[in-house]
Design a protein around this ligand. Structure first.
Ligand SMILES: [Zn+2]
Length: 112
């Protein structure tokens, strides 16, 4: 499977509850299986799982049958992750520059 459905399309959290067929929503506590990242590998291949719910943000979706909305959320999240990664790099470079400037300034002060 190429789609990464083991994580919430909206927030990327891997703390997911999966509801299998035959369990009503009212029985979600009984029917919900808490899956860790390891259990998720095999878990979502199971076609009986009709609905997955994120424990972090509460978003629910159908694994193996992502809607346009799910995909939109997924893309948005990936875009944001990329952006924050770039921002982090810029920030790191900037603070590195600042350190050098401070270092130079300190040396100058010592020479006086
Ligand atoms: Zn989520």
């Amino acid at each position: 499977m190429t789609d990464n459905q083991a994580e919430c399309p909206k927030c990327g959290c891997t703390q997911i509850t999966a509801n299998k067929k035959g369990f009503s929503l009212g029985n979600a506590a009984l029917g919900g299986i808490l899956l860790g990242p390891v259990g998720l590998l095999g878990g979502f291949v199971d076609s009986n799982i009709v609905k997955a719910t994120c424990l972090k943000c509460g978003y629910s979706w159908r694994p193996g049958n992502l809607s346009a909305m799910d995909k939109y959320y997924q893309q948005e999240r990936e875009r944001k992750e990329k952006l924050s990664e770039e921002l982090k790099n810029i920030h790191e470079r900037a603070s590195e520059e600042l350190k050098k400037i401070h270092e130079r300034a300190r040396k100058k002060l010592k020479q006086k």
